[in-house]
Design a protein around this ligand. Structure first.
Ligand code: ATP
Length: 565
């Protein structure tokens, strides 16, 4: 039902958040209190498979379409998001080997499917498929909200090209959805957490690990004074949910072959059935210690039924789990940071439900790093819904703006603006205390321009003090300590992480320390009162010029200085 009359000139904007993935999509809206909620479609799904299937002209969407991968794979289109806006010659068709095959159409990608009642095969472009998918999502949201959804904020990967953005915007428009803004998937995940009422906004380094079905995307983000800057990203198309499905498919197929002397992987239909069940088994193993896998008439009319426990699964998938950990380590290194610099790891995407992935990260990062995932934090947000929630929050923020204003004022919310390579801090030195204590005032990786103010104690008796503004160089101090004897805990059920280190008698201790680098400026503050304090303000301009102001706290005047870039 539409709340808007035909012919009305300025339609009311009803905007939602859409996360559009190769495997699944989600839709979300913000309620009156600004809380983001994920909308279930007519079938009750919140993770809606990005799949369309056609039977005699009838269109099936989501889970119903996905189940058609067994009987009607040629008319079922799946894993198409990454093809949108791309040249056919640059795509990897592998994910579609068990569904409608991508083909070249005027240099772009299309599928040849029987989508009408007639027997004829039609060429349907990926753009048209996307339009149909988005139309179904918008329609589900409209039904739920009771008014016509006509706009959205859509999440996109960080490596999306301008052509892909344009193609997505056009495809959405054709579905009657005006794209207010596209925000990157990791930003959406950070927003979903930071917009919670209980969230304390503080400067932090966040790793967002978006582990999906066909790809894993990692982003290292600095949150400084409410501005997010992306420091590094990495993308891997070989380490994701389908590789975990494959581990289980191979395991069950071997078991079946041993008993029945026929390999279900040799037959497309048997393989499709086993894949769907193996994925369900994998999801069940995220929740419980055991899961079953049953397929009626798997191959040669023989039924299959088996169970697997989580320990066995984790052993079988050890290599894939190890690859997730390495991917995250690599992204941190790429940002020129150390594991010890990371304050938070947000696990996003469906595969992030897997407990073993979180456990490996708990072992990799120091205890001070918060790992936000369902198995490590009871208050964690469902990782499958983070992107859509973030998009919905952003949609509620921008839907009142004019389109041009959105581009101008909200686009750089996540930026790749210049940021400080080193921290800037302050040392207060007096006659009695020759060597002051270094206190960081502007954190490393802070996006510029920025301004920070700090109040520092001086020696109790007051008097003349020297304020030194210095660069802070973060260093990692490595020391070795004899390993405590095992306290009953088995040390080595984690095959891939640190099996080599387990051999060592000594444990490596790594800690973050600050070394004082070059002195940027010195200012003498005279005759500070007994028990007084000094106040230092540092402003770093976009061109990295630094302004410094130092005075007695509560006092007037003070000393000002400017340093060139
Ligand atoms: P991509 O674009 O990488 O294909 P996506 O963003 O479209 O992925 P997501 O919903 O984030 O899709 O991830 C889908 C993957 O997550 C699938 O492999 C699915 O099996 C897996 N998954 C979903 N729920 C769970 C769960 N509870 N435990 C383990 N894996 C899960």
């Amino acid at each position: 039902m539409s709340s808007q009359e035909e012919g009305e000139t300025s339609p009311e904007i009803t905007a939602i958040g859409i996360s559009f993935g190769n495997s699944n999509s989600s839709i979300a809206y913000t309620s009156g209190e600004g809380k983001a909620e994920v909308i279930a479609n007519e079938e009750g799904d919140r993770q809606i498979p990005s799949v369309l299937s056609y039977i005699e002209g009838e269109e099936y969407h989501g889970t119903q379409a996905k189940s058609q991968l067994v009987r009607n794979s040629k008319n079922t289109v799946a894993y198409f998001r990454d093809y949108l806006g791309k040249d056919f010659d640059s795509i990897d068709p592998t994910p579609c080997h068990a569904s409608a095959h991508p083909q070249k159409h005027e240099s772009t990608v299309a599928f040849s499917i029987q989508d009408k009642e007639s027997e004829a095969q039609n060429i349907v472009t990926v753009s048209e498929i996307t339009t149909r998918h988005l139309r179904r999502l918008a329609s589900s949201a409209s039904d739920f909200l009771g008014k016509k959804v006509n706009a959205a904020v859509i999440t996109v990967p960080t490596n999306v090209t301008e052509e892909q953005r344009e193609a997505l915007s056009k495809a959405a428009k054709a579905a009657g959805v005006d794209v207010l803004q596209m925000i990157s998937e990791p930003t959406a995940a950070v927003l979903a957490y930071d917009a919670r009422p209980e969230a304390k906004l503080k400067d932090k380094i966040i790793v967002v690990a978006d582990l999906g079905g066909t790809r894993s995307d990692i982003a290292v983000i600095a949150s400084r004074g409410g501005i997010y800057s992306i420091l590094s990203t990495s993308h891997d198309y070989e380490t994701a949910g389908v590789q975990l499905d494959q581990v289980l498919v191979d395991h069950f197929a071997k078991e079946f072959t041993k008993k029945n002397k026929t390999d279900p992987r040799q037959n497309d239909r048997s393989l499709a059935k086993l894949k769907l069940e193996a994925e369900a088994t994998k999801k069940a193993l995220s929740l419980g210690g055991n899961a079953s896998c049953s397929v009626e008439s798997l191959a040669d009319g023989i039924d299959f039924s088996s169970t697997i426990n989580r320990t066995r699964y984790e052993l079988l998938a050890g290599k894939v789990f190890g690859a997730f950990t390495r991917l995250i380590e690599e992204a941190v290194r790429k940002a020129d940071l150390d594991i010890l610099d990371v304050d938070e790891v947000i696990l996003s995407g469906g595969t992030s439900h897997t407990p073993k992935i979180s456990q490996n990260l708990q072992r990799l990062f120091p205890p001070t790093t918060r790992i936000l995932s369902p198995s490590t934090l009871p208050t964690a947000i469902d990782p499958s819904s983070l992107s859509a929630r973030g998009a919905a929050i952003q949609a509620s923020l921008v839907q009142e703006f004019e389109k041009d204003d959105i581009e101008q004022s909200t686009h750089p919310m996540v930026t790749v603006t210049p940021h400080l390579r080193n921290a800037i801090g302050v040392m207060v030195v007096s006659e009695d205390v020759k060597k002051g204590l270094f206190t960081t005032l502007v954190e490393k990786e802070t996006a510029v321009p920025c301004r920070r103010r700090g109040v520092f104690a001086v020696p109790r008796e007051g008097g003349d003090v020297m304020v030194k503004v210095c660069e802070g160089l973060r260093d990692i101090k490595v020391s070795r300590k004899e390993k405590p004897k095992a306290n009953g805990k088995p040390a080595s059920d984690d095959s891939d992480l640190d099996s080599d280190e387990d051999e060592d008698e000594e444990e490596e201790m790594r800690e973050k320390v600050w070394n004082v680098g070059s002195v940027l400026a010195e200012a003498a503050v005279k005759e500070v009162k007994k028990g007084g304090k000094v106040e230092v303000t540092i402003r770093v301009e976009a061109d990295l010029g630094v302004h410094i102001e130092a005075r007695e706290a509560g006092g007037k005047g003070g000393i000002r200085g400017t340093l060139g870039t």
